[in-house]
Design a protein around this ligand. Structure first.
Ligand SMILES: Cc1cc2nc3c(=O)[nH]c(=O)nc-3n(C[C@H](O)[C@H](O)[C@H](O)COP(=O)(O)O)c2cc1C
Length: 352
């Protein structure tokens, strides 16, 4: 069976993907990751209105700095959508207006299987089948549902450690990756699914260095997708206060939590049932747990929002700081290109 890098010919094994992070993964980050032989994802998130502009910025970056090995019929990046909140018609229109569509489209958190199916079909038809469909799931049931309705080219297996949104009910990658791969393969073996193109598997959640990449390869995954590690990329669109909070956080099992407190405080509501966002614990969360009223907590949050980087200030941090349990492994800011090379073991890191 052809390796996953054959489908994305500018990439180098093991495949490293930069996860789409709403508001953070812009054209520069995606270009830098793909230029280093990974695949960068632009985050459209729930707001498709800026997609065309971001794609055209990416095209300018690409013409100024071409990516060797990139094919001529697709753009050497992906685009990620948070399906429940995004507009499929706008997305399809943005892609059909492009000379070449993105090589991959990442679908996450549909409100129903039917919605996921409509997105997979809609994107395939808008891009004449050129964009591969990646679907991020965090449990076996969602994976089997996705095979049924979307026939994904790639599964992104999201483990419980992942930063940002994910299912509360999910397992760590060490059990989830092999069980999910076996479940999907056995579904295909029974004659269900499109046997001519069985999917590939990318693991996401808690991977931050070469050791994590090697671990998920040993579990049977074809590559790794990372969000939290790229929060400390020079090209990430991120406030310094947020980035510093990620660099300063350690012991992610203790210092991060999956919760809906931050969604409520900043009004990013509407997620399907069962999803919460993992972020660094700060006063907004601890006040909610202590029983401070929502109105009071929201007032304090708005004040922190107005305080710029101080909203992440030591001892008074309140701002949303989505990040996964691997925060403790994120120690320095680097170019996304160097991060990708470190993850592949091409740059050796002095750890202690
Ligand atoms: C700040 C942040 C924002 C994220 N935004 C999105 C998003 O817009 N769409 C999406 O599919 N996943 C999003 N995710 C989740 C990632 O797709 C991925 O599952 C996660 O980053 C992997 O775990 P890691 O953070 O430990 O690398 C986000 C993650 C983070 C940390």
């Amino acid at each position: 069976m052809a390796s996953i890098t054959a489908s994305y010919p500018w990439t180098t094994a093991p495949l490293i993907a930069g996860a789409p992070m709403r508001l953070i993964s812009g054209p520069s980050l995606a270009h830098a990751i793909s230029s280093a032989g990974g695949i960068g994802f632009l985050a459209a998130g729930t707001d498709v209105s800026t997609l065309s502009e971001n794609l055209s910025t990416f095209e300018s970056l690409l013409s100024a700095s071409p990516i060797p090995g990139a094919p001529s019929d697709v753009l050497p990046i992906g685009v990620g959508f948070i399906v429940w909140g995004a507009d499929l018609n706008l997305a399809a229109k943005a892609f059909s207006e492009l000379p070449e569509p993105p090589a991959a489209v990442w679908l996450f958190a549909p409100s129903s299987s039917e919605e996921l199916g409509s997105w997979a079909n809609g994107i395939r038809s808008a891009t004449k089948g050129k964009s591969k469909i990646w679907v991020q799931v965090s449990c076996i049931a969602d994976a089997i549902d996705a095979v049924r309705v979307a026939d994904p080219d790639v599964f992104v297996i999201q483990g419980a450690d992942a930063g940002g949104h994910g299912r509360y009910a999910s397992a760590g990658l060490i059990s989830l990756v092999p069980e999910l791969i076996d479940a999907v393969r056995s579904y295909y073996a029974k004659g269900s699914g499109n046997a001519s193109s069985p999917p590939k598997f990318i693991a996401a959640g808690g991977i931050a260095d070469e050791r994590g990449v090697n671990a998920i390869l040993a579990l049977g995954a074809d590559g790794a997708a990372l969000g939290t590690r790229f929060l400390a990329a020079e090209e990430a669109v991120i406030r310094k206060g947020y980035q510093d909070a990620v660099l300063n956080a350690v012991d992610g099992g203790n210092s991060t939590i999956r919760t809906d407190v931050y969604d409520k405080l900043r009004g990013t509501v509407g997620w399907p049932e069962g999803y919460g966002g993992r972020g660094v614990i700060n006063l907004s969360y601890s006040d909610a747990v202590k029983g401070v009223s929502f109105e009071e907590n929201e007032k304090l949050y708005k004040a922190a929002e107005g305080a710029g980087d101080e909203g992440w200030g030591e001892g008074k941090a309140r701002m949303t700081t989505y990040a996964g349990t691997a925060v403790g492994l994120v120690k320095k800011v680097a170019t996304a290109g160097d991060i990708v090379k470190e993850l592949r073991g091409e740059i050796v890191v002095q750890r202690i």
